[in-house]
Write a protein that binds this ligand. Structure first.
Ligand code: PLP
Length: 387
């Protein structure tokens, strides 16, 4: 683990804000009792923030259903959370991995007729001594990515005996345009979901991701599956962010260079100083997930003053023009806020980089000193000090 004095940048992850976000979403869908259940999506190592830290915080708040993408993520999360919660694997089982699911008590989201038939066969076989095997079934209502097509779902409806051996926990689908509340796809997908559900054996249902929760209670069904909103990104891009900020990234100034015109900064000499400037170099680069597309586009914040990134983002370094910040603040060791705090939000940084908050979060580098604040897991010896 990288300690604070060794690190060129500090990634602070606020577990109290994460907890608050879970509660905001949970209340929004009707609270723990009554209304819909609020699950949590922890794929991609909890969107880059660390499933090991995030999972227990949510479990303690009463979250009892978790989603990850890969079986490997599920095996790791089972270790972290213990036997109680349900852990769903969004990608479902590859052939001959059914026993791995059972060994770790993981529940597949079945996406294809082939996955469905294999899981059902497993459930009917003598090897499963526990009776029917739990699963969710994914119905594709417009993403054309994963799940049974409408035709495949209707074929299943005509032959429901194919579900024998399966304990069908949820019918799920996934919205393509939930972050655009006026998009016609939202209603179309919901209506197709309802039509397919009506043809299939009755089962609890789940449709909404983070943004879907904010489309209204018609979209909540029995279980909602927020990911990114838990981690502080805005699920309602057209409105103020209802979530609390979870991530703060600060980089430490390694060197300050005074330059005169006419001089350039960085690879490709893409930036030429227009007058005498002070340039601060920070050891954060694209190898840390700081996107190269922020070359000449990003901004940091030094002592409350916005300081632009000039020149190219390189693998391990960025250069910022700190001329406008107080001279006394721009010294080696001083911290520049790159995400959160008085700096820009994850969504603003993503906008400048031409991407989305999801990609910024899931790219957060392993070379940062990770500092978890807010809700240290009980008995956890992990780093909570080192301010
Ligand atoms: C990733 C994912 C989610 C969570 O989406 P967010 O937009 O991060 O809330 C929910 N459901 C499925 C099927 C997903 O793949």
């Amino acid at each position: 683990m990288i300690t604070s004095p060794q690190a060129g940048a500090i990634l602070e992850i606020d577990l109290a804000a994460l907890a608050a976000n879970y509660q905001i979403l949970s209340r929004r869908v009707g609270g723990v009792a009554g209304g819909a259940e609020c699950a949590a999506v922890l794929k991609g190592d909890a969107y880059g923030l660390g499933a090991e830290q995030v999972g227990p915080v949510l479990a303690r708040l009463g979250c009892r259903t978790f989603f990850v993408a890969h079986i490997g993520e599920g095996v790791a999360l089972r270790e972290i959370l213990g036997p109680q919660p349900s852990i769903y694997i969004l990608h479902g089982p590859w052939p001959d991995t059914e026993d791995d699911f059972l060994a770790h008590a993981l529940t597949p989201v079945l996406n294809t007729p082939e996955q469905l038939d294999r899981w059902a066969r497993k459930g009917r076989s003598g090897t499963s001594r526990t009776g029917p095997l739990a699963a969710a079934l994914h119905l594709d209502t417009g993403m054309n990515r994963l799940g049974l097509s409408a035709a495949e779902a209707m074929a299943l409806a005509a032959a429901p005996e194919r579900l024998a051996g399966i304990d069908l926990r949820f019918l799920v689908s996934h919205l393509a345009c939930a972050d655009q509340p006026d998009h016609a796809m939202n209603q179309e997908q919901r209506q197709l979901f309802d039509r397919l559900r009506a043809a299939l054996p009755p089962s609890p249902a789940s449709l909404a991701n983070s943004s879907g929760i904010f489309l209204g209670s018609d979209y909540h069904y029995d279980l909602v599956r927020p990911g990114v909103a838990l981690y502080g990104a805005n699920p309602t891009p057209e409105q103020a962010n209802p979530m609390q900020e979870v991530v703060r990234l600060r980089g430490r100034i390694l060197q300050v260079r005074e330059i005169d015109t006419p001089q350039s900064v960085g690879y490709g000499a893409t930036h030429r100083a227009a007058g005498p400037r002070r340039i601060a170099t920070i050891p954060v680069g694209y190898a840390d997930g700081y996107p190269r597309s922020l070359s000449g586009q990003g901004v940091g914040c030094l002592a409350g003053v916005s300081v632009p990134i000039i020149g190219r983002v390189s693998m391990d370094l960025i250069t910022l023009d700190v001329t406008e910040a107080p001279r006394s603040a721009a010294h080696p060791g001083a911290m520049v806020e790159l995400i959160g705090g008085r700096g820009e939000t994850v969504d603003q940084v993503a906008g400048r980089a031409g991407t989305i908050g999801y990609e910024i979060l899931t790219s957060l580098g392993r070379r940062y000193h990770r500092h978890y604040i807010g809700a240290a897991p009980a008995g956890d010896a992990g780093d909570t000090g080192n301010a």
